[in-house]
Structure formats: C-alpha cells, structure tokens
Design a protein around this ligand. Structure first.
Ligand SMILES: [Zn+2]
Length: 158
C-alpha cells in the first residue's frame, strides 16, 4: 500500500518518464495517481466504507486515466507542439493505473510513535513518502531524451 504522497510521487515520475514536462501537467499527475482514493471522501459523505471498491478496479483506473490523457490534463509535450491522443491516453492510463498496482504492495507495519494523521501514524506517512519517493526517483528520466515510443522520439534508423 502507498499513502497519497507515495501514489503522487510515483504518478509524477511515470508522467515525466512518458514525456509530461510542464509543472501543471506533473501536478495533475500527482493528483491523478490518487484519483481511485476518491472513494474515501465519497464513502465519508455516504456514511459507509466503500474504500477499495469500484474505483480500485483496473477498468476504472485505466478508463479514467485514458480520459485524463485524451482531454489533455495529462499530455506529453512534443517538440512540434502536436498531440498524440493515443499516447496521451496511455500516459493517463499508466499514471492512474499505477494506483491499483501500488495498493497491492505490502503495508509498512505501523510505527506507533507520535501522532496519527487520517488513521495512519505520521511516522508511516514519512516512511511511505521516502520509500516511494526513492522509487519515483528511480523511474524519473535522467536525461531530456524523449521516452521510446514518445511522439517526438526520433524514429529508428533504417
Ligand atoms: Zn487506493
């Protein structure tokens, strides 16, 4: 399981790896990666626990992500300024879909020292952010070269 910062960091790194460069696009990726957890506030409004229900299925995550990509919320920028809707849909699907995968990761055991925030010890929020932040750093591209398959990626020599 990852907490919101973990989901956000990994989502941003996936988006950056897929060619999203603008700060606004990366911020959108941060929040889009936590989109399936929208069931938490909705459950609170409804007065029942629906967490990890329909919004945590691959169908929801991939569809919502593809829509986010196709509408340009999560769009890769190409040098020519042209958009590739299919590529952007895949980018969105990868960002939002990462949530479902990260939620399958094992829990960190609760470190019951200090205060709790939204049911989770603050120490666990920090451990989560550091752990998933390190994984996000590993995913983050180390060069400005476009990802393979990216619309502005140079085609292979013939
Ligand atoms: Zn979740």
């Amino acid at each position: 399981m990852a907490a919101p910062f973990g989901h956000g960091f990994v989502g941003m790194a996936i988006a950056r790896r897929m060619g999203v460069r603008s700060p606004l696009g990366l911020a959108a990726a941060f929040f889009a990666a936590s989109l399936p957890d929208v069931d938490v506030p909705i459950g609170a409004i409804l007065g029942k626990d629906i967490h990890r229900g329909p919004t945590h299925t691959p169908n929801f995550a991939l569809t919502a992500g593809m829509l986010a990509g196709m509408t340009g919320i999560l769009a890769a920028e190409s040098v020519e300024g042209e958009r590739d809707l299919i590529y952007d849909a895949l980018t969105g699907a990868a960002v939002v879909g990462s949530h479902v995968l990260l939620d399958k990761a094992p829990y960190f055991p609760d470190v019951n020292i200090g205060p709790r925030l939204i049911g989770l010890p603050v120490a666990n929020w920090i451990i989560d952010a550091i752990t998933w932040g390190a994984i996000a750093y590993a995913i983050w591209p180390k060069t400005d070269a476009p990802a393979p398959g990216h619309p502005s990626s140079p085609s292979l020599p013939v």
